[in-house]
Design a protein around this ligand. Structure first.
Ligand SMILES: Nc1ncnc2c1ncn2[C@@H]1O[C@H](COP(=O)(O)OP(=O)(O)O)[C@@H](O)[C@H]1O
Length: 194
């Protein structure tokens, strides 16, 4: 099973992805983690993306599509991928469909974590204090939220049209949200339609 965890920045996608890695043995494919690893390693790619990431912009589709492509075989071997922070544009979603299709696979479900904006702002302030991620500062976070609304939110009708979109309440305790995700993954009935 291949799934996408969907939602605005700081919605809790990474936290839920890690739970699914632990409970289901799936592989988390987080383009944000891959890009941060590239920066930490001091690679040429890392140097190229650092400023864009720190200021909250999106890196180019070609870069993140390549990162996903490199990692698909590993997820396939484990029996499934959890896409976290990818796709973020319609072009990325189309490339993902093509890449999976070429391997005889597909996205099975898209789980949207619905969160309120005030909740996100509080989360990000806490995470900035705890983890010190450069792009969690208030200015960059505003840019990330704007990028989500302009470029990523249009993926909701894209996946709804494919009958793959499931929406859950992303507010509350991590365990409660994890239970909602599990419920959706176990479901056979039809997804949200728009
Ligand atoms: N799929 C992607 N397309 C473009 N840029 C990306 C993508 N994934 C990650 N990035 C870059 O990495 C940053 C951090 O992403 P991520 O770790 O997913 O954090 P969050 O979900 O908290 O915003 C993004 O703001 C963007 O600059």
């Amino acid at each position: 099973m291949n799934i996408i965890l969907f939602g605005p920045p700081a919605a809790g996608k990474g936290t839920q992805a890690k739970r699914l890695v632990a409970t289901r043995g799936m592989v988390q494919l987080s383009t944000g983690d891959m890009l941060r690893a590239a920066i930490a390693s001091g690679s040429e790619l890392g140097t190229r993306v650092k400023t864009i990431m720190d200021t909250g912009g999106l890196v180019s589709d070609a870069i993140v599509i390549d990162l996903i492509k490199e990692n698909l075989p590993r997820a396939e071997a484990a029996g499934g991928a959890i896409f976290d922070g990818f796709p973020r544009t319609v072009a990325q979603a189309e490339a993902l469909d093509a890449m999976l299709g070429g391997r005889g696979a597909r996205i099975d479900k898209v789980v949207r974590l619905k969160v309120d904006e005030q909740g996100l702002i509080e989360r990000i302030a806490t995470r900035f204090q705890q983890e010190g991620r450069a792009d969690d500062n208030p200015e960059s976070y505003k840019v990330r939220l704007a990028a989500y609304n302009a470029q990523t939110a249009p993926l909701l009708p894209y996946y709804a049209a494919q009958g793959k979109l499931y929406e859950i309440d992303g507010m509350g305790a991590v365990d409660d949200i994890a239970a909602r995700v599990e419920e959706v993954l176990g479901k056979n009935e039809s997804a949200t339609t728009v």
